[in-house]
Design a protein around this ligand. Structure first.
Ligand code: NAD
Ligand code: MG
Length: 291
């Protein structure tokens, strides 16, 4: 891994969904550092939001561990998706791009899963990672909430997790796993992220509930709860002044890199490391408690 950013970030803003190319500094997704050891040999994975940020780091790590990977993303994120797929191919694995807007409800989620199953020739690992928040100005506080943002947050962070998991279920056999991306916001909700924080608490509830429901089928369900991580979501949805100091309030004193989160997903995905781990929310927070 390259040395994580210690000081303030340069002030910067983008429009959602944001691109990796415009970020200063560029995030570290483990391109030069992640070394696989066959933990996911021949597994077939679908990673939503796999074009950039945490999802890209997961796609790279899964591929280097031996998995084929389909990545979901928005149509306007094709450049980022192509970069991720190049890294999957460089790991010697198959990669597929699925440009589908998951705020399209149950039909969009079913299309995503069916296309992934067709491309991969099955499905063993589902990573529900696509997510959105909007906190420019007072947009994340009660007086500032805007219907278009709240609708998008609920449709993507909450409903799409349910519909994508439902669509995947008939394809998941014993030994399969679902991993959801939660957040420190589920435990320490920021007043600037009223709607988003609530969806992450809901993801924790869905995670433990599905672990109970799907355990008898031999399907494990877990979540990763990241703290502040340097990804396009941040400059795309926060004020520039806030981006400058992003992550400084974590006990480790800095934001994390996507490369520092991906190993938690690998651990939860692999039957070799986590065969008896289900219903767990694994914090990768830079020091804040996830209980
Ligand atoms: P990111 O912007 O790189 O990834 C989010 C992805 O969500 C986008 O790349 C996009 O492909 C996808 N997405 C957004 N809207 C979509 C839509 N309508 N349809 C389909 N896909 C859509 O940012 P990230 O930080 O890597 O986010 C990944 C996950 O991590 C999210 O669930 C986010 O809530 C969560 N998270 C991030 C942080 C952080 O500090 N970055 C902290 C905790 C949790
Ligand atoms: Mg993206």
């Amino acid at each position: 891994m390259t040395e994580p950013q210690e000081g303030p970030f340069p002030a910067q803003e983008q429009q959602p969904p944001g691109t990796t190319a415009e970020m200063r500094p560029r995030p570290d997704h483990g391109e030069d550092s992640y070394v696989g050891s066959g933990l996911l040999t021949a597994r077939k994975a679908l990673v939503t939001g796999g074009d950039s940020g945490i999802g890209r780091a997961v796609a790279i790590a899964f591929a280097r561990e031996g998995a084929d990977v389909a990545i979901g993303h928005l149509p306007e994120e094709q450049d980022d998706a192509d970069d991720t797929l190049r890294l999957v191919a460089a790991a010697g694995r198959k990669g597929f791009s699925l440009p589908i807007d998951l705020t399209g409800g149950v039909d969009a989620c079913r299309e995503l899963v069916q296309t992934a199953v067709d491309q991969l020739g099955g499905l063993d690992l589902l990573v529900n990672n696509a997510g959105f928040h909007f906190t420019k100005g007072d947009a994340g506080t009660l007086p500032g909430l805007q219907p278009q943002n709240v609708d998008r947050v609920l449709a993507l962070n909450f409903a799409a997790v349910l519909w994508t998991s439902q669509a995947a279920l008939p394809h998941l056999d014993k030994g399969s796993a679902i991993i959801n991306t939660s957040s420190i916001q589920a435990y320490e909700p920021s007043t600037q992220l009223l709607d988003y924080a609530a969806t992450k608490a809901a993801i924790n509830s869905i995670t433990v509930n599905l672990a109970e429901q799907l355990g008898p089928k031999g399907i494990r369900v877990n979540a990763v709860a990241p703290g502040p991580i340097w990804t396009p979501l941040q400059p795309a949805t926060r004020d520039a002044a806030e981006v400058e100091h992003f992550g400084e309030d974590s006990p480790l004193g800095r934001a994390g890199q996507p490369a520092e989160v991906a190993p938690a997903f690998v651990f939860l995905a692999s039957e070799r490391t986590a065969s008896y781990v289900s219903g767990t929310i694994l914090g990768v927070t830079g020091g804040k408690a996830t209980f």
